[in-house]
Ligand binder design. Structure first.
Ligand code: FAQ
Length: 315
């Protein structure tokens, strides 16, 4: 194709983006747009799947049948989110097995938050409230992402995340209104998950290498810092309402800005976890590798069955 043609294709593509017309799988798109989406959506899919592990750890230890049933449903929802997202990645021409292999080899990232351990039942509350809360904050704008399949997947995902957030906050509310020991457990979970939840939004805008281009393409609709600020503004009053204290001595309402000021994130900790050196990184990737190994017989049986069906049809 001539240089001029590519320029024209790019011009038309950007015009669609500017007019808020969705880009669909068979539409022409610049290679970098495709690669950016494959990177973000596959990492998002990995996050959903790895994100099942910290909570999966508590299904057998839920305090009663109702809590167990709800947690089981929530963890299954995360599996569903992972599957929609892997499918969305496939619409861009990526091979699902390759993207999963990238997770297992450490080449692909997944959200830093899932590299922290879940030490008590209250962590199920903190994850639902804060982690799903942060996920919703980040994903509601993604429902307006310029790439159709990702935007549409996000609509359903956000509805389910909203139920997850409420169940987490309900656990925290129950514990915070319980015995002093239960309240202390809830506070301890908030203390451990607050900062990692704020880190989920990614590096500060000045250090975010992808934001400017992703905003121009309307993949991202808000910057990492804007979303983080919204999370703080919405969550602090929720903590106050149930009598818990956000572990940030610099947290203060700023009347002039109409926002909370908050302390500096420990970016060394963030990058350390992103690079694979968090408390549970190795354990998480190992669990996913083992799951793939242990499921090999299912894939083989399914392939054998599919081949047999094909032969039957052909004969
Ligand atoms: N952890 O230039 P930016 C959930 C990487 S789903 C690890 O700002 P971008 C549901 C980033 O990939 C949670 N790595 O990048 C659930 C990039 O590296 P690369 C996941 C991170 O893409 C709840 C580099 O740093 N949600 O929780 C993180 O513009 C409960 C530079 O960063 C999504 O994936 C991080 N926190 O913005 C499940 C949402 N932050 O790729 C179970 C979709 C940044 O060049 C239980 N993704 N990095 O090697 C996004 O919105 C964006 O990709 C951001 C990062 C905002 C995560």
């Amino acid at each position: 194709m001539k240089e001029l043609d590519i320029n024209e294709l790019e011009r038309r593509f950007q015009e669609k983006i500017d007019k808020d017309i969705k880009i669909e799988p068979n539409d022409w798109m610049p290679d970098n747009y495709r690669q950016t989406l494959i990177r973000q959506i596959s990492q998002h899919a990995h996050s959903e799947i790895v994100g099942m592990l910290p909570e999966g750890n508590w299904i057998t230890r839920a305090p009663n049948l109702r809590r167990k049933a709800v947690l089981l449903a929530k963890v299954q929802d995360e599996a569903g989110h992972g599957l929609y997202l892997y499918s969305a990645t496939e619409t861009l021409g990526a091979d699902r097995e390759d993207t999963i292999d990238d997770l297992h080899s450490g080449k692909a990232k997944y959200s830093s938050i899932f590299n922290y351990p879940t030490l008590s039942w209250a962590d199920m509350g903190a994850i639902g409230w804060l982690v799903d809360g942060a996920a919703i904050m980040n994903q509601v704008p993604l429902c307006r992402c310029s790439y159709g399949p990702y935007a549409r997947a996000m609509v359903r995902v956000c509805k389910e995340e909203s139920f997850h957030q409420r169940q987490g906050y309900e656990i925290m509310t129950t514990l915070a209104n319980g015995t002093p020991e239960q309240k202390a457990m809830a506070q301890d979970a908030l203390n451990r998950f607050w900062w990692p939840a704020l880190m989920m939004f990614g590096p500060s805008d000045k250090d975010s290498k992808h934001t400017a281009q992703s905003m121009a393409w309307k993949i991202k609709r808000q910057t990492n810092d804007e979303l983080r600020q919204q999370m703080v503004d919405i969550t602090v009053p929720q903590a106050e309402l149930i009598g818990l204290t956000v572990p940030d001595p610099d947290l203060k309402w700023n009347e002039e800005r109409g926002h909370y000021d908050f302390g500096e994130i420990n970016w060394d900790e963030f990058w350390n976890v992103v690079k694979g050196n968090g408390p549970c990184n190795k354990e998480r990737v190992e669990a996913r590798r083992k799951a793939k190994e242990n499921g090999a017989w299912v894939r083989e049986a399914a392939n054998a069955y599919a081949a047999k069906q094909k032969m039957k049809k052909a004969s």
